[in-house]
Design a protein around this ligand. Sequence first.
Ligand SMILES: Nc1ncnc2c1ncn2[C@@H]1O[C@H](COP(=O)(O)OP(=O)(O)OP(=O)(O)O)[C@@H](O)[C@H]1O
Ligand SMILES: [Mg+2]
Length: 458
Amino acid sequence: MRIDSLRFQLLVWLLLPLAGLVALNVWTSWRQARATADLVTDRTLDASARAIAEDVRFDRGAVDAIVPPVALEMFDTGHRDRVFYRVVTGDGRLLTGYPDLPEPASTLKEGVATHFAGSYRGEDMRFAALSYPVVGAPDGRRVVVVVGVTLAGHGAMLRELWVGGFGRQLILLVAVGVLVVIGLRRGLAPLMRLRDAVLDKRRDDLSPLPDAAVQSELRPLVQALNTYMGRVAGQMAAQRRFVANAAHQLRTPLALLATQVAFARRTQEPAERAEALGAAELSTRHLARLAAQLLVLSRVEPGGRRPRDERIDLGDSARMVLEGLADLAVERGIDLGLDVIAPAGTVGDGAMVREAIVNLVENALRYTPPGGRVTVAVDGAGAEAVLTVDDSGPGIAPQERERVFERFYRVPGTPGEGSGIGLSIVREVVDGMGGALVLGTAPEGGLRVEMRLPPAPP
Ligand SMILES: Nc1ncnc2c1ncn2[C@@H]1O[C@H](COP(=O)(O)OP(=O)(O)OP(=O)(O)O)[C@@H](O)[C@H]1O
Ligand SMILES: [Mg+2]
């Protein structure tokens, strides 16, 4: 079991406080056991002192102490404790016993025993001292009895009282530990099964995990996992569709190319051969463009490129793009213009933004008939940085406006070679920057595409 495992941590959090509580309990029960043993010893000392004191007689004018055997026998608990006593008269004359027994620290009260601990002849002992009137003495004389006992019996009692309790606590702690381990094992079993299910090598189908067998706290996690896997499965399916589409898109012009080349090889007619080679060149260009568009699309997709946040001036970007497309505009006989109404700044990947603008302007140039006009406008005066591309071409019918963003979709009847990827690229770029893309109608009747991007912070 590792230190960072859930089971280990739960075990520590449960057992450490429990062990602390048990330790506290052991300590208090030890104090209690000692108090009980003290009490029992003191009572016996009391009884012994009283028995001795009661046997002190006044006989013909003299005080006489005879220690009754019972006063000493009561200490005979089988632990070989030794008993010492001393009886002195009120004025300090020793009647019997050991003269050097320790004295009580406090003054004695009449008829009430005083207890104290001390040592005598190198042994720790407990003592009781009692001041008691002499039986039969007319003048109210008193004797002071001190009785002391070694602590073997006291210690044995203390151990007996305490160790029993301690043993029970230890058994309790071990039992709780075992129960906790079993409980954790049982409680965590569904989690472990879930882990095994996730790790199962045979599960490559991203099908949902069963959530009925896990505890209610884990069910949201399983559901979140299932939602997540559903999303991944959806994305994988989309990816598969895309690859299949791309392969299909590549296959048609490739087949065409193969036919054209074969025809050029076969024919003896120079004019026919030149025509076939010209067609083959067109197919090759189409293929090259398709490959280039696919490459750009893979870069603008989320995760396709390290995110960048450079400051972008839309006017500068548009100018660069228009310079690159000037030849195409001349070739198509189209008047291409840039109108910077107000400088517009945004933040993102400059190369990708230029890629998006290229696709918009290329579309406008390619689908606007010769003699037309294409205008790119940049306006940063409002709350957003807006780039608009207007053309005087046929535009896109409203019912087609959502579909043209789909990959490989081209409006039926669209002339020229194209693969239907350009607007998907534009949408990926704009979505990635948190902007919006709006299709509308230009003042000259053609298509208006508005790219609205978040403004750069001042
Ligand atoms: N300015 C425009 N005027 C009219 N139709 C347009 C215009 N721009 C796009 N379209 C329509 O939207 C379709 C999708 O455009 P998109 O740029 O995604 O693909 P494409 O231009 O056909 O191919 P490519 O991937 O080579 O750009 C086009 O085929 C065309 O039908
Ligand atoms: Mg295009």
